[in-house]
Design a protein around this ligand. Structure first.
Ligand code: AMP
Ligand code: FES
Ligand code: ZN
Length: 303
C-alpha cells in the first residue's frame, strides 16, 4: 500500500478516511485533524493559556505534544491519586514526558488533600470510580481557575465522545445531551473545558503516540472493573467496520443538529447553581458540592 500523499510505502491505513499514510504524512494528517477540531469548534487560540490534564495515558500525552508542536501555550496538570502501584507509575511517565519535551507541569497530590483514593474507597462503601471522577474534575477546575488558565483540555477522543453520546441517547438524558461536546464554555466558577482530540479515534491517537515514541502508562486502575463504555464502544466499532466514517458522522451530526435543540430546551427549564457552603464552588446539588460531600462522608466514617 502506498501513502496517499507522497506515494512512499504506507504504515497506517484508515478506512474511515479512505486513505493510507507513511509515518511523516500520518503525523501531518493527525496535526490537521487536531487543528480542524480546534478551529471548527473555536476551542481556544494561540494567545490563550491552556492547562492540559495529563493522566499518563497515550491520549492526553499525544494531545499535549501536538498542541506544543502547534505553538499553543500549554501547561500540564497531573492529579496524583495516591493509588499504590498505579499512581507512582502514571506520575513517573508524565514527569519524564514533560522533562523530555521541556513542557511545564503541575502535579496535585490527593493525599495532601486528605483525598487519597484508597482512603476514599475504604470509607465511602460505594464504588469509588464516580467519587474519583468527581474529585478529578473538581481539581482540574480549581487548578485552571487558580492558575488563571483560559481553558482546561482533556485527552478524550472520538471513541470516548461517540460512546458517551450513544449512552446519553439511549437514556434520552436531555440534560447531558444539552451540553455534551468538545467545548463547554466557562461560567461563574467553572473553567472552559475542551476536548481537542474529538475528531480522532483511539486507534488514530495510538498510532500517533507510537510514531512519536511516546512512552505511556498501561497499568489499569485496580479499582475500575474496566474502561468505561466498553460495550457501547464495541457496538460502535462494529458499526464503523460495516460503515466506515459513521462514528464521526454520528458525533458531528449531533454537534450541528442535535445539541442546539437540547440546549434550547435546557435553557428554558434552567438549572440553579449556588455556591457550595463549604468551599464556595458552584453546585447544583444543594448546600455542599460533590467533593465537600465526599469530605463530609470521610469525616463521618472516621468519627
Ligand atoms: P479517563 O476518564 O481516565 O479516560 O481520562 C480522560 C481524560 O481525563 C484523560 O485523557 C486526561 O486528560 C484526564 N485525566 C484522567 N486522569 C487524570 C489524572 N490522574 N491526572 C490528570 N488528568 C487526568
Ligand atoms: Fe479513579 Fe480508578 S482512576 S477509581
Ligand atoms: Zn465544596
Amino acid at each position: 500500500m502506498k501513502c496517499k500523499i507522497c506515494k512512499e510505502t504506507a504504515v497506517v491505513a484508515l478506512r474511515s478516511h479512505n486513505a493510507a499514510f507513511c509515518a511523516e504524512c500520518y503525523k501531518d494528517f493527525f496535526a490537521r485533524q487536531v487543528e480542524r477540531g480546534i478551529e471548527s469548534q473555536k476551542l481556544f487560540t494561540r494567545e490563550e493559556k491552556i492547562l492540559v490534564a495529563l493522566s499518563g495515558g497515550k491520549d492526553s500525552l499525544a494531545l499535549m505534544l501536538e498542541l506544543a508542536r502547534q505553538g499553543y501555550n500549554v501547561t500540564g496538570l497531573h492529579i496524583d491519586l495516591g493509588i499504590p502501584g498505579s499512581s507512582p507509575a502514571a506520575r513517573g511517565v508524565v514527569e519524564r514526558f514533560c522533562a523530555r519535551h521541556g513542557l511545564k507541569l503541575m502535579v496535585k497530590e490527593m493525599a495532601a488533600e486528605g483525598l487519597a483514593i484508597p482512603d476514599v474507597k475504604e470509607r465511602l462503601r460505594r464504588p469509588v470510580c464516580s467519587a474519583c471522577g468527581k474529585i478529578k474534575r473538581h481539581f482540574f477546575n480549581k487548578a485552571a481557575l487558580d492558575g488563571g488558565f483560559d481553558a482546561l483540555a482533556t485527552g478524550h477522543n472520538l471513541d470516548d465522545e461517540a460512546a458517551r453520546l450513544f449512552s446519553n441517547t439511549l437514556r434520552w438524558d436531555t440534560a447531558y445531551l444539552s451540553d455534551q461536546g468538545p467545548r463547554l464554555d466557562g461560567e461563574d466558577g467553572f473553567a472552559r473545558k475542551v476536548k481537542p482530540l474529538w475528531r480522532l479515534t483511539e486507534f488514530e491517537t495510538a498510532n500517533y503516540a507510537f510514531l512519536m515514541g511516546i512512552e505511556h502508562h498501561y497499568a489499569p486502575c485496580p479499582y475500575s472493573p474496566g474502561a468505561s463504555f466498553t460495550t457501547l464502544k464495541g457496538l460502535l466499532q462494529r458499526l464503523e467496520a460495516a460503515m466506515p466514517g459513521r462514528k464521526l458522522d454520528f458525533y458531528q451530526g449531533f454537534l450541528k443538529r442535535g445539541r442546539p435543540v437540547f440546549a434550547r430546551r435546557e435553557e428554558e427549564e434552567g438549572l440553579e447553581l449556588a455556591p457550595c457552603e463549604s468551599c464556595g464552588y458552584p453546585t447544583s446539588s444543594g448546600d455542599l458540592c460533590g467533593v465537600c460531600r465526599i469530605r463530609e462522608a470521610l469525616k463521618e466514617a472516621q468519627a
